[in-house]
Design a protein around this ligand. Structure first.
Ligand SMILES: NC(=O)c1ccc[n+]([C@@H]2O[C@H](COP(=O)([O-])OP(=O)(O)OC[C@H]3O[C@@H](n4cnc5c(N)ncnc54)[C@H](O)[C@@H]3O)[C@@H](O)[C@H]2O)c1
Length: 372
């Protein structure tokens, strides 16, 4: 195991550690054996990740001894991140007599993390929950902060709970098997952290993106670890101040207002990362129109995203009207007003409540290349 970094999300008696390092997966049973949780645990994963990491983790629990571990492998994707899946998990937990001291461990990307967390939040009114994220997106963002939930036909993540994990184990080595398309999704969130809170991180990404020319993004493990530590550090600090998104935590939604609507409007043809990339461009255009940032800043954001292979232009076949309809259903809406997180300079954003339809439409038109 390489050098391990430990960060903490500080939430009083619900505080928890985030461990970040290489090859730490098989040390998890040892760590958990040293805590006072019960010895019954369910690993929730999917068939691919079972083969890549799940079976090995299960074996490690068995060699540690004293554990009753069940591995539940479901073909989990965004399209079945729903209540039916949660029900199937409950059936398994109940049939196997899981009690209040038992645990669920999410081994996978954001979909598995969100579903496992929501299942853990409500089973017997809450059992232990551990996050072992294996995508870059989940490692820099979704595994930290306790937002859990599922989709319903009317919208994405509309049913959920704030439910914090007991610990997050980020094994950077698992990214070695991640397809480039998924790596790109995570990079969109890393760019987000640069724009909202960390200008030096943004500049580092600019440098890296420049070096890439036309080749797919490739990072050394230590570079990935550095990015993950910085992003998790920002997220941990924000969540520690505002767990339930009453204030500052909303800045983490930069790019997500338009992004979530786009995911829905495109029937998930856009991945979360693609949609966030376009959403950040829409927000940057609104900020430029409001003279909060210069055209040069907008161009810098667009170049980084483009060089990482993320979309920065909306195809004309997605209707702006549909995007606006989905935006109005967004759960970040307060009293019917769509709120936008907008950059005021690189490394700093503010929340704006009074963005009107005309401003949003202008930005979306620029995004689809109709203007600007
Ligand atoms: N809770 C939060 O705070 C939060 C934040 C952001 C996003 N999300 C949610 O996260 C979800 C997206 O998560 P995601 O981008 O991780 O996608 P995902 O969970 O769908 O995973 C993407 C794909 O990568 C594969 N995969 C995962 N790890 C792998 C590995 N190491 N090697 C090879 N393949 C691997 C998976 O099998 C899957 O096919 C969305 O549902 C979104 O709403 C939640």
């Amino acid at each position: 195991m390489g050098k391990l970094t430990k960060l903490t999300v500080s939430l009083g008696d619900r505080s928890y550690p985030i461990y970040i390092g290489s090859d730490l997966l098989l040390d998890i049973p040892k760590y958990l054996s040293s805590t006072d949780i019960g010895k019954k645990l369910m690993i929730l994963t999917n068939p691919l990740l079972k083969k890549l990491y799940g079976q090995a983790l299960l074996n490690a629990f068995e060699s540690q001894g004293g554990w009753a571990v069940q591995l539940l492998s479901l073909p989990l994707e965004e399209k079945n991140k729903d209540l039916r899946t949660v029900e199937m998990i409950y059936e398994q937990l109940a049939k196997n007599n899981f009690d209040r001291s038992s645990s669920i461990l999410a081994l996978g990307g954001g979909v598995i993390g969100d579903v496992a967390g929501y299942a853990a939040a409500a089973y017997l009114r809450g059992i232990n929950f551990f996050q072992v994220p294996t995508t870059l997106l989940a490692q820099v963002d979704s595994s930290v902060g306790g937002k859990t939930g599922v989709n319903i036909p009317e919208g994405k993540n509309l049913v959920g709970a704030f439910y914090q994990p007991k610990a997050v184990f980020i094994d950077v080595s698992t990214l070695n098997t991640l397809p480039v398309r998924e790596l790109r999704c995570g990079l969109a969130e890393v760019v987000k952290y640069g724009v909202i809170r960390d200008k030096p991180l943004f500049e580092l990404l600019e440098k890296k993106a420049e070096d890439l020319y036309d080749s797919p993004p490739a990072f050394k493990e230590f570079e990935l670890k550095d990015m993950i530590v910085r992003c998790c550090g920002i997220k941990a600090a924000i969540v520690s101040k505002d767990e339930k998104e009453k204030g500052v935590r909303a800045i983490l939604n930069y790019g997500h207002t338009v992004g979530h609507a786009l995911e829905k409007a495109s029937k998930h043809a856009y991945t979360h990362g693609d949609a966030v990339s376009l959403g950040m461009m829409a927000a940057a255009y609104i900020a430029e129109e409001m003279r909060l940032i210069t055209k040069e800043t907008v161009n810098r954001q667009r170049e980084v995203l483009k060089n990482f292979g993320l979309p920065v232009r909306l195809p004309r076949n997605i209707s702006l009207k549909t995007i606006l309809t989905y935006m109005r259903r967004d759960k970040k809406i307060k009293d019917g007003v769509v709120r936008f997180v907008l950059p005021v300079r690189l490394g700093n954003v503010k929340i704006f409540a009074k963005i009107n339809n005309a401003q949003i439409t202008t930005a979306l038109k620029r995004l689809s290349g109709e203007k600007g």
